[in-house]
Design a protein around this ligand. Structure first.
Ligand code: BG6
Length: 478
């Protein structure tokens, strides 16, 4: 298998390219992982040259790269760039992309899904695909709804073939998400108790402090369900619940993930939208957002799974923008053992927290006896901080860096197959049917808070509360 020799970005002046793709490519350059002959073609409507494009991009690269930008490496990186000014819906313009070489081409569609089909058709019609090999990385969302996603898949598969489609979900490139399988399947300790006999409840939180930024037009359509739940949170949840895959292949892992997604049903839903608080604008005041918008920027769900290991285990998911902390965590709460030896066990729940970001690590709270003659049970904590170890921090690639590097090397393991994408659309459709059927109303929450009260109530009536990631700091406080 060869390395890609031509990398072409559609949507090269967009937010994603500046914030994520270019810093990721620079990091690959700095690590010596870009093939020496690789060229990077940036396609856009703006009248730029390679030089002015790279000059615009440089501050973003400096800000987004985990390495300090080195002038010599940057000069090497810059020399790879070519900028093509064109209209992506005009087939005539694609002549500018025809390359007579037998190159190994990788395209990145960093554009709205409405453009996937015109770009693919124009590439084909203009003869760009006649020479060499051609693969495509497709940003989320894959399609505008379930029907469109299916149509798009047929079109893209016809043009490129399934094996050449790389549907990206950048959460799969995160180190701690890959670590979930190791924590679960490389430890006897956890896997044996990973079922309804021992697990009381599972919570997954992906909280963000940022608002919608300048992505109003996209977010107005997507909302938090399509933006976060349908892809990133379902990926996380399926990693937490799946049966052991028979191998590390993409097919084996996704087969197990698909079984989990198929097993899910929603029983409660809270939708929220941030309102102004002090200096912070409300969602409706953000640029290019409808002042009467009813788009959700927060979702909390109570789910159940029909998988035999998890029947009856409540699963809570929540995600939101403009919350009071940035933290993605998975919390597994265990059932309280019954022992005649200790009478205060009930108030001290054992729990495991997998910290995905910004801190990466594992926190485990368990019970021990208070020192001395007292028989009182005391919760104690173990807190492994992976990202506190300097070598780990500098050696851990960013999610996009990892995934772009994989794609350039033809490794599809961490990209999503069509079956999974289709199932996640079905899940999103089930959520919107639930919303309509139960008349779920949007709740406003002030920016920089913990989300709507109704999301707290979702757990209170089962006697539980959302576990915040700050709890892990108690380990040092006690
Ligand atoms: C993206 C969403 O997929 O993920 C954004 O479109 C969100 O709205 C982002 O902010 C979160 O990613 P991360 O890596 O910061 O958790």
């Amino acid at each position: 298998m060869t390395e890609a020799t031509r990398f072409t970005i559609f949507g090269s002046t967009g937010d994603l390219t500046y914030r994520k793709l270019l810093p990721a490519l620079y990091q690959l350059e700095a690590r010596g992982l870009l093939a020496s002959g690789l060229t990077i073609t940036c396609v856009g409507r703006k009248p730029l040259t390679a030089v002015t494009y790279v000059a615009t991009a440089r501050p973003w690269i400096e800000k987004g790269s985990r390495f300090r930008v080195d002038p010599e490496i940057f000069a090497r990186f810059e020399a790879r760039f070519r900028y093509v000014e064109m209209e992506i819906t005009q087939v005539e313009d694609y002549d500018l992309l025809v390359d007579e070489s037998e190159g190994d081409h990788l395209y990145y569609f960093a554009v709205a899904p409405a453009y996937f089909e015109p770009i693919a058709r124009n590439l084909k019609e203009a003869g760009v695909l006649n020479q060499g090999t051609h693969r495509v990385i497709l940003e989320k969302p894959f399609g505008e709804d379930e029907t469109h996603a299916r149509h798009l898949n047929t079109v893209l598969t016809d043009i490129f073939g399934e094996s050449n489609l790389y549907r990206i979900d950048h959460y799969l490139g995160k180190e701690m998400i890959q670590n979930i399988l190791a924590i679960r399947f490389a430890n006897r300790l956890f896997e044996g108790i990973w079922n309804r006999n021992f697990i009381k409840e599972i919570q997954i939180t992906a909280a963000e402090t940022i608002g919608v930024e300048n992505r109003g037009p996209y977010y107005e359509k997507a909302g938090a369900i399509q933006d976060m739940v349908q892809n990133h949170l379902l990926q996380l949840l399926s990693y937490v619940l799946m049966d052991p895959p028979t191998s590390r292949s993409e097919e084996a892992i996704q087969r197990q993930q698909s079984d989990i997604i198929r097993s899910l049903s929603v029983t409660e839903m809270v939708l929220g939208q941030y309102s102004a608080n002090g200096e912070l604008k409300g969602y409706r005041e953000e640029s290019k957002v409808d002042p009467q918008s009813v788009t959700e920027t927060f979702v909390a769900l109570k789910l159940g799974s029909s998988h035999e290991k998890f029947i009856g285990v409540p699963i809570y998911l929540r995600t939101g923008k403009r919350l009071d902390q940035k933290a993605t965590t998975i919390t597994v709460l265990f059932k309280t053992p019954s022992s005649p030896l200790f009478d205060n066990l009930k108030s001290h729940q054992e729990m495991l927290i997998i910290k995905i970001q910004p801190d990466e690590g594992i926190y485990f709270r368990f019970n021990a006896k208070k020192p001395g003659t007292d028989q009182t049970i005391n919760p104690v904590m173990m807190n492994f901080c992976q990202s506190c170890i300097y070598e780990n921090r500098i050696n851990t690639p960013e999610a996009y860096e990892r995934l772009l590097g994989d794609a350039l090397r033809h490794d599809k393991t961490l990209f999503t197959g069509w079956d999974m994408v289709e199932l996640t659309w079905q899940f999103a459709s089930a959520l919107s049917a639930f919303k309509t059927k139960h008349g779920v109303m949007l709740q406003l929450y002030p920016a920089n808070t913990d989300g709507p009260q109704a999301a707290q109530d979702l757990l209170h009536h089962t006697g539980s509360t959302w576990i915040r990631s700050d709890i892990t700091e108690e380990a040092y406080a006690l």
